[in-house]
Each structure stands twice: as structure tokens, then as C-alpha cells.
Design a protein around this ligand. Sequence first.
Ligand code: SAM
Length: 213
Amino acid sequence: MPSFPEIMHRTLFRTLSLLSPAGQGLILRRYFDWRHRVPDPWKLATDSYEQQKYRSTLKHLPARPYRRIIEVGCAEGVFTHTLATTYPDAEIIGVDVSARALARARQRVPEDGRVRFIQADILTHRPDRSFDLVFCSETLYYLGRHERLRRASAQLSALLEPDGVLVAVHPWPEATRLHHYLDSHAALSRLTEQVYQAPPRPFAVAVYGTKSV
Ligand SMILES: C[S@@+](CC[C@H](N)C(=O)[O-])C[C@H]1O[C@@H](n2cnc3c(N)ncnc32)[C@H](O)[C@@H]1O
């Protein structure tokens, strides 16, 4: 059963998602800039649970020489940094709605021709290229009601090139709801899903490939 803070969290973000996508994006930008008024608000760089989650996530990737990687909701670039060192030949883009988070991400992983950070909203962003590896971790629960999750899932799927891999990581069992529109997307098929009963919060790593038509 969800805790009281979780219920409040869901209610807040569901209410925001009653706005237009543009209005929702504006409030999310302000909210996450406020959350990032202190560095690393979720302790992603220092919490052993988060570090374990990153290691577990990477274990599920089909072994391939990935060339173009995008991380949606990259916050201050902690996992982006891991990606940049794990895939030293790949072009890597981190996307986040918060300018303040991205300023810190750029300090952690300096931008060069290979690594870039873009301020954008997953609900409206249309990059001019596609990717062979797409990550979205701990972000979908901010998007609110089902219509927005469906939209976000379509946006994530549209980032993939043929034969690309999409990885979604979210708390379990909420991941069943958050990943529903990825599971049912016509262009995606789920390759694996692993649930980790890790304290303090179980999580699921779901890996999707593109369907060949
Ligand atoms: C909890 S952090 C996740 C960090 C990272 N994915 C990880 O797992 O290490 C969530 C991030 O998602 C970003 N975010 C929330 N809604 C977003 C949206 N609609 N578009 C892009 N980024 C968003 C927030 O600004 C925040 O930095």
C-alpha cells in the first residue's frame, strides 16, 4: 500500500498533468529548478542504493557497441557520467527539464563533441536524430495521469532507431503502471524485466527492443 507521502506526490503530479503539455512543462521546469536549489537532491552520487541500481541497470543491456545514447531525465548527470565512461566511443545526450540540474551535470561531465546536455521536456521534445540506446529512469512518475504516460511512452519510442534498445527503471510495483504504455506500444517489445527487492525501495529494470514489422 502506498505511503501517505507517495499518495501526496501522485496527487500533486496528477493535478499538474491536467494542464496543457506546455503548461505542465513550465511548472515542472520551475519545480525541478527549485528541487535542485541544493546539489544532488536525491543523493544519486553518494547513496549506495542508487549506485547499486545503476550497476543492476547496466547488467541488463544487450552487449553491443552502442553509438548514440540518450538519457531522459538525467538530473545532474550522475548516470550520464557512468555512461560516458562505460561507452567511451558513444555520442551521449542528457536531457532534463531543469536548467539548474544541467548546469551541475555540465560540471560533472564537461560537454565536448561527444557528450551534450539539452534542456527539454520529454513530453514535447523532438530531437533531430534517433538513438540506439535510450534510458528513462526515475522520471515517469512525475508525468501524472495516463494520457501523459502514453504520450511520454510514444516520445521515448520515437527516439529509438530500428534495432534500438530502451531501458526504463522505476519503483516496483508502481512500474507496472508507469511502464504500461511501453509494454503495449505497437513498436516496442519487452525483452526483459527484472524486479529487485532492494531496500528501501524495490525497483524494476525493463528493457525493450523495437518490433520488426
Ligand atoms: C529523480 S531524478 C532522476 C535522475 C536520473 N534519471 C537517475 O535515475 O539517476 C528525475 C529528473 O527528471 C527530470 N524531469 C522530470 N520531468 C521531466 C520532463 N517532463 N522532461 C524532462 N525531464 C524531467 C527532473 O528535472 C529530475 O532531474
